[in-house]
Design a protein around this ligand. Structure first.
Ligand SMILES: [Zn+2]
Length: 245
């Protein structure tokens, strides 16, 4: 990830892939999610492996009970590790790593380089249709006085329009709600482009185009990542962001 590179002394931000963990198939190897049927002992071991690799304190890790909502929570000093019923977390507190887990949905990491505020967002289809990335920037503006022009954003590996086929009903909803540029038609099939939709929503609220990075990886094409669409029962990889102390 290049977009966070100039700020590496202030913020840590990275995405995992599926390798280097202890889970057995179909969750092999580095499954980070407790809710997908994997052995919890393996998942906790995987999280510990990731915390060592990413150099954060595991007891401070914040993760979400993700529900495809647009609920976003602000994390303060007194936190519980698991945040119920939300798909976005934001903090300005150092040494609290925020994690978003995915297998096709878009993991979005945000950083306000002036106000030193970070966010981790789960932008699947529902979240994107509810403009959750844009809402995150709005909350950063409201609660932390962020200027969107100071915010850098990275969209991690996720299912792309090469593989994200949807039915005509859903294609229609997307076209009516957002425009036809986000729906690709190939023969008689429809494919959604959620990355561009997030990109445009972020631009609309004032994030600069050059401050938005989109991973070129499609999770359904690339077997180094978990893909729900490709594999059904599978693990989750993650985006993690943390302000240094
Ligand atoms: Zn693909």
């Amino acid at each position: 990830m290049s977009i966070f590179k100039p700020y590496h002394k202030e913020v840590f931000a990275k995405f995992s892939d599926r390798w280097g963990g202890v889970s057995n198939p179909p969750y092999h190897e580095l499954n980070l999610a407790l809710h997908v049927g994997d052995n919890p002992i393996d998942v906790l071991k995987n999280r510990e492996i990731m915390s060592k690799k990413f150099d954060f304190y595991i007891d401070n890790l914040i993760y979400m009970d993700q529900t495809h909502s647009d609920n976003i929570k602000i994390i303060n000093d007194t936190f519980t590790n698991k945040q119920e019923n939300c798909d976005g977390i934001i903090t300005n507190k150092p040494n609290i790593p925020l994690m978003v887990m995915v297998a096709d949905c878009i993991p979005v990491l945000l950083y306000d380089r002036i106000k030193k505020v970070i966010g981790a967002i789960h932008a699947g289809r529902n979240g994107t249709f509810k403009s959750i990335s844009k809402k995150a920037v709005f909350i950063m503006k409201e609660k932390f006085n962020s200027n969107p022009e100071d915010i850098v954003v990275s969209l991690g590996a996720s299912i792309k329009s090469c593989c994200y086929e949807v039915g005509e009903d859903l294609a229609d909803i997307a076209i009516k709600s957002f425009g036809d540029k986000y729906v690709l038609k190939k023969d008689s099939s429809f494919y959604l482009d959620l990355q561009t939709l997030n990109f445009d929503q972020l631009k609309k609220i004032g994030v600069k185009e050059e401050n938005i990075e989109i991973s070129t990886i499609c999770t359904s094409c690339d077997k180094n990542y978990f893909s729900y669409r490709r594999d059904g029962v599978t693990g989750r990889f993650a985006g993690v962001i943390k302000l240094h102390g």
